[in-house]
Design a protein around this ligand. Sequence first.
Ligand code: NAD
Length: 455
Amino acid sequence: MQVSIENLRTYFLSGATQSYDFRLNQLNRLKKVVLESEKELYQALYTDLKKTDEDAWATEIGFFLSELNDTIEHLKSWMQPNTVATNLVNQPSSSYTIQEPLGVVCIIAPWNYPFQLLFTPLIGAIAGGNCAVLKPSEFAPATAKVMGKIIDALFPNNYILYLEGEGATVLPPLLTENRFDHIFYTGSTAVGKIIYKYAAEQLVPVTLELGGKSPAVISSDANLRVAARRLASPKFSNAGQMCIAPDYVLVPTELKEEFVKELIKAIQQFYGNDAASSEHYGKIINERQWTRLASYLAEGEIIYGGKSDKASLFIEPTIMTNIHENANIMKDEIFGPILPIITYQSNEEALAVIQKNPNPLAFYVFTENKADETFWLTNVPSGGACINNATMHITNHNLPFGGRGFSGTGAYHGKSSFNTFTHTKSVLKTPTFIDPSFKYPPYKGKGWLLKRLIG
Ligand code: NAD
């Protein structure tokens, strides 16, 4: 399929998307139509992922609106030039940076938070004064349909173009036969590498929001009840299909029994004794993912849960221990409701487990002492981190969100989104009323002056 972005390029070059009024107007229109589509989005998110309305609000629609409101409130100030000091050799001059729109950008999203992960970067693209191509995931088709309706009702397709289809079919020609000014990709590390290659061919800058194994460490003085609740909540929300869900937990050997007891208590409080009949518990997205997850259940000892049903794409909240050597569950990103518990005797032993999968997207430490907090934060390079919490750092739009190395490159949310979708252009402005000759060749005999001015 051949899709040209020439129309978007022409529209961008017309300058229509760049004024503050235009950007603000589009953001306000987007807000209105998303609010009007709330019920339709709830239905679609239930169909695709069995999300409750409350869950869909907190993690998708409300999350997006919180970002949108923050952007609407601050857009004017973000668009202002930022004055910086001028060095001696350039006096008298002024120096400042301006945030320049990028042009035509491409936003590619996964299926696990299909609305939020496509529409939140879109806020940044619009706020930055760009045109955009949006590519939703083909694996959340009900939500993709509603999003398409919203975009088509709001924006002409030479401004925002909504492009559905299978990623492996649609994206290669789109990214090779056009040159985007930025590619913003959220998804697996494996596909991220493919996208990065396409981008490299034409030197297109990228933001890669990838996945990976995000570990949680329980320190010997941790509050076990709080840790269990704060880990179980994101681990089993959306049936564990969350990029920053705690992937596995490292716990001191002597605390394992008590910690597991607290975890089980938390799971039962959240979903009752039978998660299959809980209206609050989600489903696995499709058979392929279900089969992958079900295969992990044989890779160790199940201490809680373990039930699964292919027909309803159900996998019970499950706690596993004594994981077999070389098990895939400790190599792959789990991305489902199965939580391995790994015991450790020393920080170094726990660190060696984490280092097998370097640069996690997120890292969680539960401790009441500063020394452990410092040890873990300085020894595990990760995209983001929480102390005595898990995943909630993503909800604060004052914190840039992104990975590092294997878990991604670049960041967004709040002002970081605006910065991601604009170029910081440095400007030096020099008056002409003074033009001293020492600035020009020949420099012989002016060395003493240059030494005073430069360095
Ligand atoms: P995915 O990589 O399979 O798909 C993401 C997008 O890439 C989709 O739009 C898809 O159509 C497209 N795609 C798939 N195969 C392609 C190919 N061969 N060529 C070109 N495009 C292709 O990811 P997914 O399964 O939808 O999502 C799960 C992954 O995303 C997990 O690894 C998760 O950790 C990660 N994720 C990361 C974040 C984050 O913010 N860092 C958020 C959510 C999910």
